[in-house]
Write a protein of this length. Structure first.
Length: 405
């Protein structure tokens, strides 16, 4: 097997990406001047630092293909396998790019499996969390791991232990030992959860047993304590707008049930720690999914989202970018995305990865903010891809850019 050894600059590039993302996210402006702004925070805090963003092609891209985990160092050419399979998927690279957590299943059709970890040069593959040690959802026969995600501080890996009907339990394990945090009880969530930039909290969407309002909540990664931010949304995705405020996409609900939901319209929204919601974007004809808050040029920050076709026979997504300060009209970036969960992944160089063509499963990358028009064009990295991920932004060198509480 061919092994890939990360270049010495890889970790540095990822750290630079983190600093850009964290510093950009702390200044999300509302396009509607009538809405409230993010609360100011005072008190002593670390000094800020000045850094440059990573260049496109400087962040390695990890993906699953043919039951093995691959890594493409430049996200421009097919990667090399770093696991032997035969049924490995759902890569979750560490913030420094030195390790990858992944799910190893018994068969290729299993939706989950055991949590494994491997060095990014393909050495030291080992079982991190055994399925027999997992909490068992009340409606599950056999517990297993799904959707692992590494925390930005590198200390933990969160994942879902799914049930049959009611979503799954959100679990946090130490990345060094696999030891699980004692949480009683863990919240029941869907797979679309997101780590906070400081690695201390997780934003999640509840997964009710039947169609009903969805809770947007925050879980303390150390104690498991949960706090409700929004109790009656129809949220379709969640991420972080700042180290303190959550950014989510929301879908419209039927008119007869509208009084039960708040918000009850299609849109992108920001909610602060007190639960105050403000509209970022809302167009009745647009359905919003896969929200992302992106780095911008100086203070011109932007967001991205996917939107399904209004034709129910068309199951692909379109990818859009929205300038939060300069233009209310979203810009189409790509069309024909396969509706994975999640369907897109962004890094600190404003590169986005997604899969197109259900038959080919072509992993595609765009450098959306590149000055060179050729770099902004979609390029195929590999085919036959089932899942993919960039390393999360690390807080190691970027801690000074997190505003004080």
């Amino acid at each position: 097997m061919t092994r890939w050894s990360p270049p010495r600059s890889a970790a540095t590039v990822v750290l630079l990406a983190a600093i850009l993302v964290l510093s950009a996210c702390t200044n999300l402006d509302d396009p509607d001047p009538t809405t409230s702004s993010v609360p100011e925070r005072s008190g002593p805090g670390p000094s800020s630092t000045t850094t440059l963003p990573p260049e496109p092609g400087g962040v390695p891209l990890f993906y699953a293909k043919n039951g093995r985990i691959h890594v493409s160092p430049d996200a421009r050419s097919p990667g090399e396998p770093i696991t032997d399979g035969p049924h490995d998927s759902q890569p979750a690279p560490s913030p420094d790019g030195s390790q990858v957590a992944f799910v190893r299943s018994a068969t290729p059709t299993d939706p989950g499996g055991e949590l494994w970890i491997v060095n990014t040069d393909g050495t030291n593959a080992r079982l991190l969390v055994h399925s027999e040690l997992l909490p068992v959802p009340v409606d599950a026969v056999q517990p297993y791991v799904r959707s692992p995600r590494w925390s930005p501080d590198g200390a933990n890996i969160a994942f879902v232990v799914p049930g049959e009907l009611t979503g799954g339990l959100l679990v946090v394990a130490e990345s060094s030992s696999g030891g699980q945090r004692e949480m009683a009880p863990p919240p029941t969530v869907n797979d679309l959860f997101a780590w906070s930039p400081d690695g201390r909290r997780i934003a999640f969407l509840s997964a009710p047993a039947q169609p009903s309002p969805i809770e947007i909540g925050i879980m303390d990664a150390e104690t498991g304590e949960t706090t409700e931010l929004v109790g009656n949304s129809n949220a379709t995705g969640v991420t972080w707008a700042t180290p303190y405020d959550v950014f989510f996409s929301n879908a419209v609900v039927a008119a007869e049930a509208a009084s039960t939901y708040d918000p009850a319209v299609n849109g992108l929204f920001e909610v602060d720690e007190a639960g105050a919601i403000k509209i970022v974007a809302a167009q009745p004809e647009t359905q919003y999914r896969d929200p992302a808050v992106l780095a911008g040029v100086e203070t011109a920050e932007s967001a991205a989202f996917t939107s399904p076709s209004p034709d129910p026979a068309v199951r692909t997504l379109s990818l859009w970018r929205l300038d939060l300060l300069l233009s209310p009209a979203p810009q189409l970036l790509a069309d024909g995305l396969v509706a994975l969960r999640p369907a897109t992944a962004w890094n600190g160089a404003d590169e986005v990865a997604y899969v197109v063509d259900e038959a080919r499963r072509a992993l595609t990358v765009q450098a959306t903010a590149a000055a060179d028009e050729a770099l902004r064009a979609p390029r195929t990295v590999d085919e036959g891809v089932t899942s993919f991920a960039w390393p999360p932004p690390s807080i190691g060198a970027a801690a000074a850019d997190i505003p004080p509480q």
